[in-house]
Design a protein. Structure first.
Length: 292
């Protein structure tokens, strides 16, 4: 005997067999509709911040639970499975307390995954459709120069398959995760050149996080940490042929520069002097350029 029932309540079940008395039994039931889930963004990539939204009557973010597990594992043992996602925001659900719940996470490995949902008082149940995490796009980035230094214009180039320089955004932040972060130096989100590059300057040495947003959607935290080291050289002393200390050097007077910093390479490094109104970019014309 089957009957479609939804909700909570008490019902009666009556049995009647030929030649026997009618038997009535009282039954208490609590039957829920499985949540339907959607993701933001709709296409999800590894390392990208993901919002999973679950919709059904009677959901409760305080007591319901969620686990994302390997497609080869079973939701019946979800509590004993190691979650595959890197949940920097914790494994807690949020929501309106009645009709929907929401889960925030980041998944590092591209694959198909099962979503296991546990409504309070019920076991974990596998929800319909697997979560498809695609390979990172961009998959990586490169910098020029290879070892960025403080106050040096650094070109950051993203490597991917379907990047769109007209709609995608990028930034560099000094926090571990890109979501809800702001660009360094009080800057704005960077638009990309047609070759999926942008230029960044750094005011201090340290480690930074490179972030990418496809079409302005949720941010991807690139797994490769960007390390910036001190400028080379950090200090210098100059003097003219008469021994006068800078800036009191006459026009046309020979100048001597002394760079006192570890890691210099005499004979290989170069010095370029540019107008004070110019930046020390590669393409800036020098007023003087010499070998060291």
């Amino acid at each position: 005997y089957q009957r479609r029932v939804h909700g909570q309540g008490t019902g009666s079940i009556t049995f009647e067999a030929p030649g026997f008395a009618i038997s009535t039994h009282t039954a208490t039931y609590d039957i829920r509709v499985l949540p339907v889930w959607t993701s933001q963004p709709s296409e999800t990539f590894q390392w990208q911040f993901i919002r999973l939204r679950f919709t059904a009557p009677g959901l409760n973010s305080l007591y319901d639970k969620l686990r994302i597990i390997s497609s080869s594992s079973s939701c019946s043992s979800a509590d004993n499975e190691v979650p595959v996602d890197n949940a920097p925001y914790g494994y807690d659900l949020s929501g309106d307390g009645s009709t929907y719940t929401e889960y925030k996470t980041v998944i590092d490995e591209a694959d198909y995954y099962k979503i296991c949902y546990q409504i309070q008082g019920f076991p974990y149940v596998q929800l319909k459709n697997l979560l498809n995490i695609r390979s990172g796009d961009p998959i990586s980035f490169a910098t020029s120069p290879l070892v960025p230094r403080v106050q040096q214009p650094v070109t950051i180039k993203f490597i991917g398959w379907t990047l769109n320089s007209s709609t995608d955004l990028a930034m560099v932040t000094d926090t571990e995760l890109c979501q809800d972060s702001v660009p360094i130096n009080g800057g704005q989100y960077s638009k990309l050149t047609p070759t999926s590059t942008f230029i960044q300057k750094f005011r201090r040495a340290g480690t930074y996080t490179v972030c990418y947003s496809r079409g302005g959607s949720e941010w991807t935290t690139m797994p490769l940490i960007l390390e910036v080291i001190e400028a080379l050289p950090s200090t210098y002393v100059t003097s003219g042929g008469s021994g006068t200390v800078w800036p009191d050097v006459g026009v046309g007077e020979p100048l001597t520069f002394v760079f006192a910093t570890n890691g210099l390479n005499p004979g290989l490094d170069r010095v370029k002097i540019v107008n004070a109104l110019e930046l020390c970019d590669i393409d800036t014309s020098p007023v003087l350029c010499v070998d060291t």
